[in-house]
Design a protein around this ligand. Structure first.
Ligand code: BG6
Length: 528
């Protein structure tokens, strides 16, 4: 497809995005002084506005405990948007237009008595801007405030019935629970106040363009899908690697959470669902989520009495990088106890026990302070049934005849987003020698526009009431059901995790996890 065609097809208009509704909503951000609001939410709303996806009259209200005027809040957000915007320079003129719809209300959301005042103030604001009172509440707060805030919204009469035309949709950031029991209890308690259709549980990975493309690539082409099953696939690796350690101020949260809860339970398992699920009968939210749910239900962990055989938890230690930079260890990070046993890395071997995938290992890993920030899914196909061809490979003076490498299909989620297929071809010459080649599609070469940020897409979907890219309660519980025994095992065992030097690809025990099956982790390069 040429760039022009791609551009035309890729840009659907705001009217199409909104269907016939064209609705205006009041967007309330609870936790407006937090990092997420400044780094992700306001920049995403600004870009939606700039690209005409934000409904014309919508108003944005930041809500937090600190005293602040509208003007002070706008100024803080201006700085944030300037450093985060992906749509070019944020001019004073553009900002002034956008900022006129940004407001601030000082409310202690833990104090139920303050909601009456909030309600009155919102009604006044909505009347002034001729809004009908459709509201989105974004809970960008500490998770322990989710329930008290929803209870207080309800008590103050702010939650309309779910089928009322003046709807309220509530968005919850992760973590949603910290294990199966707490996630079930939170869902149950919220269901006393909100209908499931009003609840939007965010997993920002689902908003990434490349993640959405997994389904289109699989079910929009007929040549790959027949190969994605146990007859052709040897194993699948899913990697969410990060080079950063603890970002500023994050240690307190992370030490309660760890890699298993922070990324494996949500982002990695969602990627697994998308690569393993069956095609839905229709491309509709619940049909897709039903298929993802079946994958989670079919997931078989290893033996619960021998979790150490199929799960490896690691923690990074201080190390010097190749460039001479000293990286501190996890235990030296801000707000981390010196004796913390929290895992900053987790690798698992899992199986999806269904007709399509029985017997195919899925190797899953995520960690902090790995050599690069790379997220990808790699499907490794089986070797051809006979090795007719070999090639000579040399390392230094040592040369050997080696067989063809198996084909791999890699979905690169980030960075250098794209898809790559590796194949064997004949090396030109008088002999039959194998040469591996890569066929790839790179977003930045194919499309001349940047990729939308995950939060732009997800916020737009909340506004138009499309919950396809949000996690349903049964999905969430199934994911917790899978990881909870591992969490409990790590907590009961109460031993140091496997240590790995910061900047390496994780502990040796994680390599052994694959080597016992004759497999090896890919070492993804930052380039595709
Ligand atoms: C978040 C985790 O959900 O995902 C973070 O809490 C992690 O710890 C982040 O850094 C990774 O997201 P991304 O989009 O940078 O890959």
């Amino acid at each position: 497809m040429s760039q022009n065609q791609a551009g035309a097809a890729g840009k659907f208009s705001a009217t199409q995005a909104w269907g016939e509704m064209g609705e205006d909503a009041t967007i309330l951000i609870f936790g407006a002084s937090g990092d997420l609001t400044a780094r992700k939410l306001i920049p995403a709303l600004y870009t939606l506005w700039k690209t005409d996806y934000l409904p014309k009259k919508s108003q944005i209200v930041g809500i937090a405990r600190r005293e602040k005027s509208d003007e002070e809040f706008r100024q803080e957000m201006f700085e944030a948007v300037r450093s985060a915007s992906r749509t070019g320079e944020v001019t004073e003129e553009n900002w002034a237009q956008f900022a006129s719809r940004v407001h601030y209300r000082q409310v202690d959301i833990t104090d139920a008595t303050q909601y009456e005042k909030l309600k009155e103030s919102l009604e006044k604001l909505e009347a002034a801007f001729e809004l009908s009172g459709k509201r989105i509440v974004y809970m960008a707060t500490a998770p322990k405030l989710f329930l008290p805030a929803v209870e207080a919204l309800d008590t103050s009469g702010m939650i309309p019935c779910y089928d009322d035309e003046n709807w309220m949709r509530v968005v919850f950031e992760k973590p949603f629970g910290h294990d199966l029991a707490s996630a079930q209890s939170l869902s149950h308690s919220l269901s006393q106040h909100l209908h499931e259709s009003q609840i939007y549980r965010i997993d920002h990975y689902l908003g990434k363009e490349t993640v959405q493309n997994i389904l289109l690539f699989r079910f929009g082409n007929s040549i790959f899908e027949p190969l994605l099953n146990r007859n052709h696939v040897d194993h699948i690796q899913i990697t969410v690697a990060e080079s950063q350690g603890m970002e500023r101020g994050r240690g307190g949260y992370y030490d309660q959470s760890g890699a298993l809860r922070d990324v494996m339970q949500n982002h990695v398992l969602q990627l697994l669902c998308l690569i393993a699920m069956e095609p839905p009968a229709l491309f509709r939210g619940d049909d897709i989520r039903d298929e993802k749910m079946k994958v989670l239900q079919a997931m078989r962990p290893g033996d619960e009495n021998d979790i150490d055989r199929w799960a490896v938890a690691g923690q990074y230690t201080a190390a010097e990088t190749g460039e001479g930079e000293i990286l501190i260890g996890y235990r030296q990070e801000d707000r981390i106890p010196e004796v913390s046993r929290r895992e900053t890395y987790i690798a698992l071997e899992a199986f999806v026990d269904n007709w399509r995938w029985a017997g195919v290992p899925f190797y899953l890993r995520t960690g902090k302070r790995l050599p690069a920030r790379v997220s990808e899914i790699s499907v490794q196909f089986k070797h051809p049934p006979m090795n007719l061809f070999t090639t000579v490979e040399c390392e230094g003076d040592m040369c050997a005849m080696v067989e063809a490498k198996p084909n791999t299909l890699v979905f690169r989620i980030q960075p250098h987003e794209g898809i790559q297929l590796t194949c064997s071809t004949k090396r030109p010459g008088m002999q039959y020698q194998i040469h591996p080649v890569k066929m790839d599609f790179a977003y930045d070469e194919e499309f001349n526009t940047g990729l939308p940020e995950a939060y732009e897409r997800l916020l737009l979907d909340v506004m138009r009431g499309d919950s396809t890219l949000f996690t349903r309660s049964d999905e969430l519980e199934a994911a917790w059901r899978f990881v909870t025994p591992i969490l409990e095992h790590l907590e009961e065992r109460n031993e140091d995790p496997e240590f790995y030097p910061a900047g390496s690809w994780g502990p040796e025990a994680a390599d052994q996890l694959l080597e016992k099956n004759g497999h090896h982790w890919r070492k993804p390069s930052v380039e595709l």
